[in-house]
Design a protein around this ligand. Structure first.
Ligand SMILES: O=C(O)C(=O)C[C@]1(C(=O)O)C=C[C@@H](O)C=C1
Length: 372
């Protein structure tokens, strides 16, 4: 069961740049040295499309012993970046100490990472630390595709008084996510938008891709789906980066990428072409409804057969087989598994409901002429 939320949203946001172009947040995965931070920021400052400088200060790593971030000293470098370049700054926080230190060093925008969003205790701790503070907060999706958990994180922060909120879509850690590092599950964007209307949504193509050659495709798809901005990891020398080397680009690489995405070109409307395509969608949707109507009728007839022959309504074996078959056909068509499974789960529950109604209705008496 999903529920939408009544979030109290600020009338203006410091996260989006306020113009028609998507907001671009760039900067290293991890702060490594003052020189690295300043060099990257100076380069990025030259690109007028970039408005926010990001850097990881504390890094939640999968296994111990990996580089876990420079810690508080990185906040001093972030402050220097802000003073020197005028860029807004953003950093990830995962607990009370992070929040307190980030605020002390004047970080403009905070974000909650995917591995934190997944844990309501941690999100609540951050929300408590932010009580009464006026700072924008961006919330990455939880590592698993649980939209309610994502929404819950927004609600916890909102209840603490944070009204300048944004979502960051960074993909989901699921088996079989190749070629991505984290599967985008693009349909989740519309789902979360429906649950949290009015909250800006940015995409983090770096974590979805995991490799820089996919960044352009992923960014473009996100923008086509209406993303309000992009967060792209940028490093002066990505190959020697202390974290996520394969997915970072140089500032020059970012410039190339943003230019390829053609952020500044106004889309030329082609009303007739759109009209034709919409007519096609109308026709296909009608076919879909017709098929659903016919299927419901067959389901009711099966229900009558089951009632007459004392069979159970729910048939686990048949249902398993049917679903496997539909998913395999859908995979051959390149349709996303989660999407198709959700549709068939819903069709099946509806079908069970129809047969339940058949069972609850007494069988029609045959008329005298039918008996003969
Ligand atoms: O095959 C059946 O027994 C049906 O009733 C059809 C159907 C379905 O709608 O696909 C419905 C209920 C069962 O659990 C399995 C499948």
């Amino acid at each position: 069961m999903t529920t939408t939320s009544n979030l109290n949203i600020a009338a203006t946001t410091k996260i989006l740049n306020g113009g028609p172009l998507p907001t671009v947040i760039a900067g290293p995965c991890s702060a490594e040295s003052e020189e690295q931070m300043l060099q990257t920021a100076r380069e990025l400052k030259k690109d007028h499309r970039v408005s926010i400088f990001r850097a990881g200060i504390w890094k939640p790593r999968t296994r111990p012993g990996m580089f876990e971030g420079v810690g508080t000293v990185g906040l001093e470098w972030l402050q220097t970046v802000k003073q020197e370049t005028g860029l807004q700054t953003a950093a990830e926080v995962a607990n009370t100490q992070h929040v307190e230190e980030a605020l002390k060093y004047g970080v403009d925008i905070l974000w909650v990472g995917a591995r934190t969003t997944v844990n309501p205790f941690s999100v609540q701790e951050i929300a408590d630390a932010l009580q009464g503070v006026d700072v924008p907060v961006m919330v990455k999706n939880p590592v698993n595709p649980d939209m309610q958990l994502w929404l819950g994180a927004l609600e916890r922060l909102n209840r603490a008084g944070i009204t300048d909120l944004a979502l960051i879509h960074r993909g989901f850690s699921t088996p079989g996510s190749k070629p991505y590092r984290n599967h985008p599950k693009w349909h989740t964007i519309q789902e979360i938008r429906g649950l949290a209307p009015g909250i800006p949504l940015l995409c983090d193509p770096s974590h979805i891709s995991g490799r820089r050659d996919l960044l352009e495709t992923v960014s473009q798809q996100a923008l086509h789906l209406g993303a309000d901005g992009l967060m792209i990891e940028t490093h002066t020398n990505p190959d020697v980066a202390l974290s996520d080397a394969a997915q970072q680009v140089t500032p020059a690489g970012l410039d190339k990428l943003l230019t390829a995405l053609d952020l500044e070109t106004e889309r030329v409307a082609q009303p007739e072409q759109l009209q034709d395509l919409r007519s096609l969608i109308d026709k296909l949707d009608n076919e879909l409804l017709n098929v659903l109507f016919l299927r419901a009728d067959v389901s009711k007839r099966i229900g009558e057969y089951k009632r007459a022959n004392a069979l159970d309504i729910y048939q686990a074996g048949r249902w398993r087989q049917l679903l496997e078959n539909r998913l395999s056909v859908a995979a051959g068509m390149g349709l996303e598994e989660d999407f198709v499974k959700a549709i068939f789960d819903s069709i099946h529950s509806f079908s069970l409901g129809l047969q339940n109604e058949v069972f609850a209705t007494p069988p029609q008496q045959k008329s005298a002429s039918q008996k003969l």
